[in-house]
Each structure stands twice: as structure tokens, then as C-alpha cells.
Design a protein around this ligand. Sequence first.
Ligand code: 5GP
Length: 207
Amino acid sequence: MNINTGAVLVLSGPSGAGKSTLLNEVINDIGECYFSISTTTRSIREGESDGVHYHFVSEKEFKQDIEEDMFLEYAHVHGNYYGTSIKPVKNALKAGKLVIFDIDVQGNAVVTNRLGDITTSVFISPPTLSELKHRLEARKTDSKEVIERRVQMAKKEIQRICEYDFLIVNDSLEIAANVLRDIAKAARLKIPGNEINEFTYNWEDID
Ligand code: 5GP
């Protein structure tokens, strides 16, 4: 069992897949977690707060953070920058927490590359493209053009599901939440390479 190090759970999926709703549904059942609050240059939506949903910054500030090597990963998504600050993640891992990221497919590729042996990745998808479009329209937070951009982006993202450990089709919230709960619990138990080596080394305790 992974007891010394924290673990990482990556959640990706098109905007409108229901990632936040799903996560809210399970967050109280999966032990000590740290939800990574990303930094973004996109404008704040109605109902969002700075420092809660994102750290909202200007493009100049974001580029400065890139230069200062502040990000574990960052990406250009839907015409805006999004990035994961490294420091709070390191602290949460040191405290043995399950660190949860809501990041896109590009971010998952970097995180898996950098923290692969403690990372479990999950792609969350609505059942169909038309259902995704319907949900984005019902949300009433984005213009027609933005929705169209997100739909086109989703078509590309879907092609990369094979890079993930798990796929959750978010049709019934209850079923999807049950699956996510199980995956999050298992993610904590993933054993990092150094702990496996240590166990193997100590295991042979007789000649
Ligand atoms: P939204 O604008 O709908 O909040 O997010 C748009 C997309 O950006 C989503 O797919 C979300 O997962 C992704 N995203 C949010 N934060 C980050 C981040 O820090 N890094 C990366 N690579 N993607 C992010």
C-alpha cells in the first residue's frame, strides 16, 4: 500500500462532461484530497470565484510564471492558457494526499510523463456528441461560437481516450459516481517505483 507518498488522480474530458458535478458527488467519500486549482487567462464565468474555481490572471502574468518555471504543466486550450502550479501540488503530495487535477489531454500527457508511477488517469465523457452539445447549450455560460469551438475540441480529445487508465461515460450520475469513487480509492493504493524497490530489497530477510 502506498503510505509514504501521495498519489495523483487526473480527470479529463470535454467541458460539459460533468467532471465538477461528479467530483462534488464523491469528494467526501474518498479520504484526504487536494484539488489543484489551476491558473488561467480565460475570463471569469458567472458563478465562478477567483481562487476557488481558478486563479484568474492576465496573459502577461501567466507568461511570467512560465518563465519562472512555476508550472508542473501548462497548455493552450480553447484560445486561453491553463496551468498547474507546482508548489501546492508538491506540498500536498508530501502530506500524503490524493491530488486531483481537472486538466486537458495535453496536461495529462505531461503529468503522466512526470509523475507516472503515482498517477491514475480518468477520461470522463458524455454518452454522445449531441448530448455534449445539448449540455453546453443548457449551461448558458458560453456564446454560440465558444460552444462550437468546444464541440470541435471535444471531437479531437475523444481520439485520445486510449491514453487514459479509465473511461467513465457520464450518463447516469449515480453509476458514474460509484465508478469514480472506486477508482479514486484504488488510485491512493498505487505503489510508486521506489517503494516497490524498497519492499523487494527488504523482503528477502533470510539467506
Ligand atoms: P474550462 O474553460 O471549461 O474551465 O476548461 C477548459 C479545459 O481546460 C478543460 O478541458 C479543463 O480540463 C482544462 N484545464 C483546466 N485547467 C487546466 C490546467 O491547469 N492544465 C491543462 N492542461 N488543462 C486545464
